[in-house]
Ligand binder design. Structure first.
Ligand SMILES: [Zn+2]
Length: 580
């Protein structure tokens, strides 16, 4: 099967009329957007068998057989995958080159193992008494089980033996389970199931084969979400959740909607908006952005509106711009996520929000404007610093040109000056002293970079925790950005020297956990400190009533700073207690 190219399989699947093809074997009647009929697999007489054309899939609510048009032929007529693809291709008039001499895909046992496990997990969610906790949890989030079962959700029991026994009974060897990421090996050589006590979301590849799982803990425990490790059939940076379904819809709708979590995807997609995908528990990668680009030219980011959500929004946005996509941001009301919004306002409410999505650079300008950045000269300088990464990320020349014009207008600088800064040939408006190449400041920024250079898992933890903009020492910021973007070779001389020094220094036996905690706390404290500064700057220009509320706000931030970060020195502050 590895011999039929993916894009041909794709073309066959998209051209195939799944209702017509299955309709030759089952008497189907339309119910709403779906079609129903008696199930050909368990021989039912009631209309429990559904064909869902907009998802390109079928599902039986009694025997739970399900899949796409190829799976139907495999299950109904006992074909293998390549034969099923050829059979559907023949019907839709697509010619597939003859089979070559080489043998089957050596990864086939892994695909089978994950498929078998997915079936087993799904059955636990439907039937096992222990999974009541999972069913209750879904109910508490207002999800109906019947809506989720066709999507393959599952439950992994808490204990270790049920899954291992079941897999053994189905003839799956430990080494295959291990390679498929379904079990982990203990030090003593015994294996344990990777997922225990979790609600499981199957992750599919572009051919709609389950290749991995994302697991949400039920009850207390860490981590909240656990994914399959990378395996020969799963690379988490190279797939998106729900892409196998969303890619069809993306073409039709001429847009993709990017959300943060699995539940957001489920809710939006169940509301009938299918072109929705999510990264797999990490920031959006370049490969994921490229994947999206294969199906649409426009992405709407729909993340939470809090600070963490905004940081994730702009990081993902820059990655998409680097791939030449057009990027808009839809802004959720404070405290809402896509899940709660759709529950409250339905698909109509969501569509209205998507319709109001603004271009990502414009969104940045709005936020900076609201925070008062453009009111002062230093503020305008800092505002430009925040806009520059987005302008630089824009690969499309017209977009970049428009961005430069807009940023120049917002910050009140000449366009040609900004242009030079964007391409990095000058620092006309960058009044920073030239940093020494040998004396590097020792501080939280440096500690984070040392961790970053240690590789995983520190690299991910650091890039999750802080943004490039938070690095005040320019060479450190450059190093951070280049490592995060895997573009170390693009560093200028000064920053490249800083990079080399940091590489040479290493952790030197220091405890990375402690370093991380202290440094992140310090950065967080500095964020609060900046917030105080902003309030201070704003205070003189406000009405007395508004001043009173700003002073209250300052007191709150100041208390938080002192309470949460006692190690952070507030000595730098000039005016003592807030509001005095
Ligand atoms: Zn059935």
């Amino acid at each position: 099967m590895s011999l039929i190219p993916d894009d041909v399989i794709e073309q066959v699947r998209e051209t195939a009329d799944i209702v017509g093809i299955i309709g030759e074997h089952v008497e189907l009647k339309r119910t709403g957007t779906d079609f129903r009929g008696p199930c050909p697999f368990h021989g039912g007489t009631h209309r429990n068998f559904a064909v869902i054309p907009r998802k390109g899939m079928f599902y039986c609510f009694v025997c739970h057989a399900g899949g796409d048009v190829f799976t139907f032929f495999m299950k109904k007529l006992g074909m293998d995958y390549p034969t099923a693809v050829r059979e559907v291709a023949r019907r839709v008039g697509i010619t597939i080159p003859e089979r070559g001499p080489s043998g089957p895909d050596p990864r086939d046992p892994l695909y089978s193992a994950v498929a078998v496990a997915a079936d087993w997990f799904a059955r636990q969610l439907r039937e096992s008494p222990e999974a009541e906790v999972a069913r209750q949890y879904l109910a508490s989030r207002h999800f109906e089980l019947d809506m989720l079962l066709p999507l393959g959700l599952g439950y992994a029991p808490r204990g270790g033996s049920a899954f291992l026994d079941a897999m053994k009974g189905l003839g799956l060897r430990d080494d295959v389970l291990l390679e498929a990421g379904l079990v982990a090996k203990r030090e003593d050589g015994t294996v344990v199931p990777r997922f225990r006590g979790r609600l499981l979301f199957p992750i599919h590849d572009l051919r709609a084969r389950a290749v991995a799982f994302g697991g949400r803990i039920l009850g207390d425990g860490e981590p909240k979400y656990l994914n399959s490790p990378d395996t020969p059939i799963f690379h988490k940076g190279q797939l998106l959740y729900n892409l196998h379904v969303a890619k069809h819809a993306m073409r039709k709708a001429e847009r993709a909607i990017l959300v943060e979590g699995y539940f957001d995807v489920l809710r939006v997609s169940l509301a009938g908006i299918e072109e929705v995908v999510a990264p797999l528990g990490t920031g959006l990668t370049a490969e994921q952005a490229q994947l999206v680009k294969r199906h649409t030219a426009h992405v709407i980011l729909l993340y939470d509106s809090d600070d963490a959500g905004l940081r994730a929004t702009f990081r993902a946005g820059d990655e998409l711009l680097r791939q030449g996509l057009r990027v808009s941001v839809a802004t959720l009301p404070v405290g809402e996520d896509p899940d709660t919004l759709v529950q409250r306002h339905g698909a109509t409410g969501l569509e209205a929000l998507l319709k109001d999505a603004v271009d990502i650079l414009e969104r940045k300008v709005q936020i900076l404007e609201r925070k008062g950045f453009f009111g002062t000269l230093p503020g305008r300088r800092r505002a430009l610093d925040r806009l520059l990464p987005t302008i630089r990320a824009a690969k499309d020349p017209i977009t970049r040109e428009l961005y430069i014009s807009r940023a120049a207008e917002a910050a009140g600088v000449r366009k040609d000056v900004l242009e030079r800064e964007v391409v990095g040939t000058t620092s006309t408006i960058l009044h920073r002293p030239p940093p020494s190449s040998t004396v590097l400041p020792s501080n939280a920024e440096k500690a984070l970079l040392l961790l970053l250079l240690e590789g995983e898992p520190w690299c991910s933890r650091v890039t999750e925790a802080v943004d490039p903009e938070e690095f005040e020492f320019a060479p450190y910021r450059a190093v951070f950005e280049s490592v995060a973007d895997d573009a170390v070779l693009a560093l200028d001389d000064t920053s490249a020297r800083a990079y080399e020094h940091l590489k040479a220094e290493g952790l030197g036996g220091r405890d990375p956990n402690e370093m991380y905690e202290v440094a992140v706390n310090w950065m967080e404290a500095r964020r609060l400190e900046r917030e105080l500064q902003r309030l201070d700057d704003q205070l003189p220009f406000e009405s007395p009533e508004r001043q009173a509320s700003l002073i209250a706000e300052k007191r709150r931030v100041f208390d938080e700073l002192r309470k949460r970060y006692p190690r952070y020195k507030i000595a730098a502050r000039r005016r003592g207690a807030p509001g005095t």
